[in-house]
Write a protein that binds this ligand. Sequence first.
Ligand code: AMP
Ligand code: MG
Length: 337
Amino acid sequence: METILLSDNEAQLEIAAGFIKSGEIVGIPTETVYGLGADASNEEAVRKVFAAKGRPADNPLIVHLADFSHACKYTSSIPELAYRLAERFCPGPLTMVLPKNEQIPMITSGGLDTVGIRVPSHPVMHRIIELSGCPIAAPSANTSGYPSPTSADHVMRDMNGKIAAVVDGGQSEFGVESTVISFEGENTVRILRPGCITREMLLEVCDEVVIDHAILHELEAGQKAASPGMKYKHYSPKADIIMVEGDADAFRRYVGDKMSADTYCLIYDGDERNFPYRHMTYGEDSSEQAHWLFQRLRELDDIGAKKVYVRAPSSEGVGLAVYNRLIRAAGFEVIRI
Ligand code: AMP
Ligand code: MG
């Protein structure tokens, strides 16, 4: 199959929406990362998404809608708190796990009786949902296990020949996937996957926000994941990632005797001055680090890095999302200095 590259003008978005309507899959920009979009109600189309990614069948797809008011078409009940969260955070990078109805096939929900619903704010994704008239199931558009794509070029590299088209909408704004939450009692939510809607932001609407244990800890053998994606090795470039937690000076001293020809460091922008070893930077504050992380992990592979020492990000606020992705890329190995 030839994968065509589309731009984001109306005529090209109509082509993309036509592919979705006819059961094909398309790489689509969103404000988080690029998604691999398919008609969520079409089992054959969804099957193609799992095949293109090499995604395990029990890892559910998020369903994207043009407006939260459409969620009642695909769910069996919606708590009042969900409406209040939608008012504050939709459209945007928040996914709410709700009981699904028969409009969402089991293949889309990875065999669960719930469905993750999101209303993306990116105008291209929004327009393609409108033009296709479909709820769009869209996981991140990477090969399963590899860092998520934040540009059309990343999607092309992973998906060329496997999907109908990729729409180029520029670089993704946030750079990490949506915050996924489930509901527990009247005014409590649980964060299953951290993203750019932080615990602090959710607390503006909820009384209590629980951080799921699996966000920072490896699941033990036999332990059930509330968020199935959390049980898989994830976000990993080919290079071996080693997370090192400490300040800039301690980090520099630690890596000093460990550098070799294909070893690199990934450090903060502000660490760069007088840093004598081969390196890349991934921003300074947590939002910048979220924006750049996946791009840098891919670039490190491109330049042939075999081992990468990463100065660990903060785990506060948006930093929790960055920390969560990196700790998985590092296979939960963190060196504290
Ligand atoms: P991705 O599609 O790559 O952004 O990954 C979506 C992730 O959202 C999955 O790996 C799950 O961990 C989570 N997710 C999606 N739907 C559900 C659901 N119904 N229940 C729990 N977690 C979900
Ligand atoms: Mg993903």
